[in-house]
Design a protein around this ligand. Structure first.
Ligand code: ZN
Length: 211
């Protein structure tokens, strides 16, 4: 998970703050929700951050909050900086109970960069997407199992050639071939609809025109 070391709450003094915060940093008197709002961005978070499920925050040598990461989005007007979208968790959540109140993970102690990565522990990995039941970290698959998952799906259609034919047919036929643009008639008149051998023809005759 991402680990972020916070400093004591202070004024941001930044009128261009994309989160429109007045304060950032850890405020011991504020609620968890308010601390999340003040501290879920923006940071220099690299690609590794996108593979994490959780973010932990430390203040004063111990972990004070753990949140769930939904996605990490660019911070408007702050090149290279990103904002963590998600939500703070709370007591009773296994990942919260495992970390909050405990000392800051050793990997993050004495490090200049406030952003570090720490392992959650075996209990907090996710299941390989191929369905094998193995637990993985920072990845959707055990190495090589993405191929397993892919070929399982191909096999449900048939051979690879049959799969390609099937996929290409969906790609082509799945799109509407009839234009769906709407037209509004404001004149008064008569619409004639003719169906002949599966072909549909429509004509509009304005009222009062010679027929
Ligand atoms: Zn697997």
């Amino acid at each position: 998970m991402i680990h972020i070391t916070l400093r004591k709450t202070s004024l941001t003094n930044d009128p261009t703050d994309p989160l429109r915060r007045e304060y950032s940093g850890w405020d011991e008197t504020a609620s968890i929700e308010d601390n999340w709002k003040m501290n879920h961005g923006y940071f220099s978070i690299g690609e590794r951050g996108d593979r994490q499920q959780y973010v932990a925050f430390s203040y004063g040598g111990k972990v004070v909050m753990v949140g769930r990461i939904d996605r990490i989005v660019p911070a408007r007007g702050k090149p290279g900086k990103r904002i963590i979208e998600g939500a703070p968790l709370g007591p009773g959540e296994p990942i919260w109970d495992a970390f909050v109140g405990k000392p800051t993970p050793e990997k993050a102690v004495g490090v200049r960069n406030p952003i570090t990565y720490v392992e959650e522990g075996q209990a907090f990995g996710r299941q390989c997407r191929c369905g094998c039941g193995e637990v993985v970290f920072e990845s959707d698959f055990v190495r090589g199992h993405d191929q397993t998952a892919l070929h399982q799906r191909v096999a449900r259609i048939g051979t690879i050639r049959e799969f390609l034919d099937w996929f290409d047919a969906i790609e082509t036929d799945g799109r509407p071939t009839i234009p769906t643009a709407a037209a509004t008639l404001t004149a008064t008149g008569t619409i004639d609809l003719t169906v002949l051998d599966g072909e549909v023809q429509m004509s509009f005759t304005p009222a009062g025109s010679p027929s």
